[in-house]
Design a protein around this ligand. Sequence first.
Ligand code: MG
Length: 286
Amino acid sequence: MRNLREHLTETRARLSPQKRVLLTGKAYSGMIQQYRAATGRALLLDYDGTLVSFADEPKLAQPDAELIETLTALGADPANQLAIISGRPRQTLEEWFGKLPISLIAEHGVWLRNKNADWRMLKTMTAEWKERVRPILQLYVDRLPGALLEEKEFSLAWHYRQADPEQASQRAKELIGDLAGYTRNIDVQVFEGNKVIEIRNSGVNKGTAGLEWLKQYAPDFILGIGDDWTDEDLFRALPPAAFSVRVGLASTAARYYLSGPVTVRKMLNELCQGPREKTVNLVPNL
Ligand SMILES: [Mg+2]
């Protein structure tokens, strides 16, 4: 097994072209200062892997009371606009966060529900293709113990978090190959996420949805946080002065990174606590 030093060297090499900065020390206190000084703020937060750790099954990763309290406090601040921007179906976001003073963006940008408003689609979409693609995914659910199929309104996802990793990575490659043939002539895209392969309509992503939501406001402070490649669309779409934060170690277009949901939540808690004499120093949890 590789030792930690080798692991860190390899990780640094991977990260070096991006020159990412860990959101700690001066970078962190600078961000906190700008947050406090701002009169209008927009916060875009991914959910899974960002605010909570991944669970074996998507439905098990429910928000805990402490998280609900933090999001409520942030959303209730009259200077703040807060959106959860997630790949989750809108029904799940509604069930978990529907009563909070925040906006919700579901299915990676298909649906937007402004604070105190109804859900609306950000782009007209079709779902007929699901009939064609579902049997293929079902076949791969049958072929891999532990895999499961998640159906959303305009996307299908094949999850393999609970499957044997080696077998799963082989099956995932085969599935992507199969899907390439089936989806060639339909307006969908195949995406590989964290232990998931997802098929959804083209032209929808967190970047376009995030900007659509942001344009309603004129914030002088923007914070966007996310943990996987779907959040990269958001990081790229945000204005350069925005604080974009990638959770975990990976190549990214974000300006900063944090180690995991624990450090993200510490930071959000500090934001809603008001000024204090000393800021918390976030230590990476590698
Ligand atoms: Mg995520």
